[in-house]
Design a protein around this ligand. Structure first.
Ligand SMILES: CCCCC/C=C\C/C=C\CC/C=C/CC(=O)SCCNC(=O)CCNC(=O)[C@H](O)C(C)(C)COP(=O)(O)OP(=O)(O)OC[C@H]1O[C@@H](n2cnc3c(N)ncnc32)[C@H](O)[C@@H]1OP(=O)(O)O
Length: 322
């Protein structure tokens, strides 16, 4: 686009496609979602440079909704949806949050204007603390099953997601948090945090489908070592073993993911089908054995020894503050 021209008011500055998008977005904005922004841009856009126009345009084109611990922000200029986990204190995955993620991912999948998703966190220092341990400690039988089924369903949806998914890992990411990150197509992590499958430290076992992803990324030998010892990798170690694709300073995580996405100019059908060929064996394997998997989970969690260890682990988290 030529510097200083205005696609919003007259359309002369951009291509027909850009103009059509602009018109559509203007129509959305007229529903008064961003009235002050609209007024600002109308007033200034003819006199500003191309660069500040782009910033102005980004303000125009973003829509943000917040629901059930998730913030969904849609940039209709780039077609990128940022899905931000916002469930204090640590984005732990409880039943309701898993259901909310499953539902929201479904809506994003159906959104024709979305081509890619950035999965990130709205909390300081935490990407996701993994499964909510209180769901597994002294559980109610019915809720425990529903909890596990919801995790399975959410994971199948995320892992088989046809659009590009990138994780912006802006904090610690143990166990179920690492699963979320590993299920994305690309991972950018902030410096000085940790990620990995630490289940054995809690006296539990990482499910086969978590392990399958780990082995696919780390290889058999490293997975054996890391899983048995419940190792959490520092960001820098995670980069070395390929668990993440880039490590950058915290403030650069989102811009780095956005840049990477802008460089993935791959025909959507070819990319999506390739991803499907590579991944379907894993999610279908779980889909076909969901009931057995749930029974194994319930069996393990209800062991007295497991309950004791989970109780001690929860207590150790709480004691940290004392
Ligand atoms: C052979 C048969 C095979 C069968 C196999 C079949 C099935 C497999 C069976 C079981 C598998 C189950 C899989 C589980 C995967 C998981 O995800 S388990 C969860 C692992 N997560 C963790 O270990 C993270 C623990 N948390 C932390 O390390 C830290 O909290 C943190 C994330 C690094 C953050 O630290 P920070 O200092 O900022 O915060 P605090 O520690 O003070 O925490 C604040 C607050 O939050 C509570 N909390 C933290 N994590 C969790 C959690 N995961 N769930 C619930 N609650 C959590 C913490 O207790 C504090 O609470 P408060 O004191 O009340 O404020």
């Amino acid at each position: 686009m030529r510097a200083g021209t205005c696609a919003w008011n007259c359309g002369r500055g951009g291509s027909p496609l850009r103009y059509a998008n602009a018109e559509r977005s203007m129509a959305a904005l007229r529903t008064l979602r961003f009235p002050s922004c609209l007024a600002f841009c109308r007033k200034h856009v003819n006199s500003i440079t191309g660069r500040s126009f782009a910033k102005c345009q980004a303000r125009f084109l973003s829509s943000v909704t917040e629901r059930d611990g998730l913030q969904v922000s849609h940039n209709s200029n780039t077609g990128v949806v940022t899905l931000s986990m916002n469930k204090p204190p640590v984005n732990s995955l409880n039943l309701e949050f898993l259901q909310s993620m499953h539902k929201t991912l479904g809506e994003i999948q159906d959104d024709q204007d979305c081509r890619a998703v950035i999965l990130t966190s709205g909390l300081t220092n935490i990407f996701c603390a993994g499964l909510d341990i209180t769901e597994m400690y002294q559980p109610d039988d019915k809720r425990l099953r529903e909890f596990w089924t919801s995790l399975q369903d959410m994971w199948i949806r995320l892992y088989s997601f046809p659009k590009t998914t990138m994780a912006a890992i802006t904090g610690h990411s143990p166990a179920g948090g690492a699963l979320l990150a590993m299920s994305c197509d690309y991972r950018v992590m902030a410096e000085n945090f940790t990620i990995g499958l630490n289940e054995t430290k809690l006296g539990i076992v990482a499910p086969t489908w978590f392990i399958d992803l780990y082995v696919g990324i780390l290889g058999q030998r490293l997975s054996e070592l890391a899983l048995q010892t419940g190792k959490l990798f520092t960001s820098e170690e995670a980069l070395k073993v390929g668990l993440v694709d880039q490590v950058v300073p915290l403030n650069d995580v989102i811009p780095t993911v956005e840049k990477e996405l802008s460089e993935w100019k791959i025909p959507a059908l070819a990319r999506g089908m390739t991803k499907d060929v590579l991944r379907r064996i894993y999610w279908r394997k779980l889909q076909e054995t969901q009931d057995v998997d749930t029974e194994s989970f319930v069996f393990l969690i209800k062991q007295e020894k497991v309950q004791q260890t989970l109780g001690l682990y929860l207590q150790s988290l709480k004691n940290k503050k004392k």
